[in-house]
Structures are given as C-alpha cells and as structure tokens.
Design a protein around this ligand. Sequence first.
Ligand code: SDX
Length: 380
Amino acid sequence: MTEHKTVLKGLEGVYVTESGVSLIDTENGALYYAGYDLRELVEHSSFEEVMFLLIHKRLPLRQEFSEFRELIRRSMELEPIHIEAIHRYARIVDVLTLLVILISLKGTGRQGGDPRDVNSAVDIVAKMGSFLSTIVRIKEGGDYVPPRSDFSYAENLLNMMNGGNYEDEHVEILDDLLIIHADHGISASTFAALVAASTLSDMYSSVAAAILALKGPLHGGASEASYEQALNIGDPAKVPAWLEATLSQKKKVMGFGHRVYKIYDPRAVVLKEIIAKYLDRMDGKVRLVYEITKALEDYGQKYLAPRGIFPNLDLWTPILYRMIGLPSDTFTALFAVSRSAGWTAHILEYWRDNRLIRPLHLYVGEYPRKYIPMELRGDS
Ligand code: SDX
C-alpha cells in the first residue's frame, strides 16, 4: 500500500528548527526577544543591547556591554573598497541590490559553520548600517562620514546619512524602529539565511540570501509598497471605494495580513503609540499618509478583520521612516539593516547543531517517458 504523502505548501505550520531567539505569542498578541517583551525593550533598551540579547540570549553586564558597543563602532568603519563600490553603483542599482553587492564583497573567501563567530555577526550588522547610510549620503551628493565613537548605532546611522542634519528625537525613533524589526522567528528571509548557512556557506553570503528574500512585496518589500499605496490613494475619503475595488479584484492590501498573526500585529500597536507622540510635528505630506493609513485601518476593520486579516507593522512604519527623513526607496533596506541582527543570531544558533536543509517534493508528472528523436516528432 503506497504511503500517503502530504505537501505543506509554503511550509505553512511546519516547525523547521528549535530556537530561543524570539517567541511570537499569537494568543496574547506579544513578541518576545529571548523571553523579554518587545514593549519593555522598546521602552528601556537600545538596538545594540538587543543585538547582544539575540546572540547571547541574556542581557549584557555593564563592562561586557561597553566592549560590545566599542566592537560595533569599530566595525562600522567602511573600507575604501566599499566606499568606491558605493560611488560606482549608488545611482545605477537599487539600494537592496547594492547592499547585497557590498555584503557579498565581505564574504569573499570565507567559510561558514562556526557557532562562536560573534565577531562576524557584529561586523555584518555594523557594516549594514554604515552601508545604508553611506549609500543615501553619496546618492544625495555627499561623501562618506566616518562613525563617531561617542554616538550610538542609531545616531551614527543618522549622522553618517545626513552629516549632522537631524533632530534628537529622530535618534530615539530610529532606535525604536531598529529594535522593532530586529527579529521575528523563521520569516521567509530568516529561512533563506538558514538554508544558505546550513550548506556551511559563510555568514555574509547567507545574509545576502536573506536580503534578496526580504525584497518581495509579500515580505519586507511591503513597507515601500504600503507607502506607495497610500500615495496612490491620495485622499482618506477615497479609501472605502479604493478598498472595495481592490478586494473585488482579489488584490492584496499592503500592510495587512500575516502568515502567523491572525490578530493585530503587536509591533503595529507599538508603532501606533510611537506615532501618536509626534502627530503635531508631522509635515503636511506625512500627515496625509497618516490620515490615509488611519482610514485604511478603520475600513480594514469592516472588510478584512472578519477574515482574520489585520494591519501588520508595514502599514505604519512608512510614517516614521518619512518623519526621520528616510528616502522612500530605503524602507526595506532599513528593515534589512535591523533584521541582520536576527538573521545572524539565528545562523549562529543553527550552527550549534547544523543540519543541511533539504526538503522533498512530491513528483506529479509521468515517468518513465520514451525519448523521441527530433526527425520523428513532426511540427505540430
Ligand atoms: C512581513 O513572517 C514574518 O514574520 C514576516 C514579517 C517579519 O517581521 O519578518 O512579519 C514581515 O513580511 C509582514 C507582512 C508584510 N506583507 C504585506 O503586508 C503584504 C500583504 N499581505 C499578504 O500578502 C499576506 O497577508 C501575507 C503574504 C503576509 C500572508 O499571507 P498568507 O498567510 O500566505 O495568506 P494567504 O495569502 O493564503 O491569504 C489567505 C486569504 C486569501 O484570500 P482567499 O484566496 O482565501 O479568498 O486572505 C487573503 C488572501 O487573498 N489575504 C488578503 C491579504 N492577506 C491575505 N487579502 C487582501 N489583502 C491582504 N493583505
């Protein structure tokens, strides 16, 4: 009797590994990084401390944290080859593609598999931030600004991007955004990183694989897509008709829905609370995007919530990204900068008990089939 084989398309509901990096509590609408509630980390922690927490699964002691932060800052320095590559490509390829080029340059000649290689994990996250900031700066006609030893990771990103032209409150907002995006279990991009790492490819190349997976509009690309969506709607009053038309054409509303959450994404709840603090300081265009987003959330309750489709973080992040002056073609890249902390933490964890990831497929074609020479095939 042939054994019954079930195909679980998209690995939906399949546990592919054990991990202590983060917990998505879908029952209570909460996210924990190594057991610490995201809300507490946004309020009291920093992105550098969250990097340490995801890798080591504990909070750092004072002395080791200052050494860890020093390592991050030193690693943020860019080498001439990177600065030259950014000058060469910044205006001819998109930001994510350039991040892949730059991070792959660092992967040259490396081997993977060492679960103790924390220095590479730190180097990757540090370089990703400097790469993004320097790309933005050079695209806008500026030149490389080195990281400062007295600045946090978030403040260095803004300073390297804008050469000192930013508000103090933008540092706090960026640090919150970096913490909120740092990890989210085995998302598609994290899985891509693990598939590459499980072959013992190096960590840099595995992160390059993850960046390319993050790019799609069903995943990290949704942040830029949801911003474009709001600009295309253009007026909160047009949301009901737009939503009805979109859903009747079976199109997806960007910033809504999630494979794991069938409730309001707890990260989106935190983002809304942060946005509420700055409502009176938004310029006209950002305020319009906020009003359109609010209308989408309100009408989404009516049209989508009954189907278990709720707002996710990508509905709200564009408002904060634009508030701190991030160009609209860099939202997914900033997501990648932050998530490189989660990707590298998962890679180190997986390498502790590495297993090549190689699933099966159920063959549904005919076989064996007899080869027919071309001269006997005719033309129709
Ligand atoms: C992220 O995995 C992670 O953790 C990802 C992430 C992270 O931090 O790493 O959280 C980040 O990627 C968030 C998601 C960002 N993507 C978007 O906002 C794009 C829009 N969302 C959808 O494409 C969708 O919701 C997914 C891809 C996110 C999840 O889709 P699933 O789980 O594959 O569900 P599905 O596509 O099978 O949808 C089930 C039904 C379908 O309708 P029917 O065919 O049954 O009639 O719900 C509908 C879908 O059409 N649906 C939507 C919808 N999402 C699902 N309909 C309209 N708009 C949507 N957004």
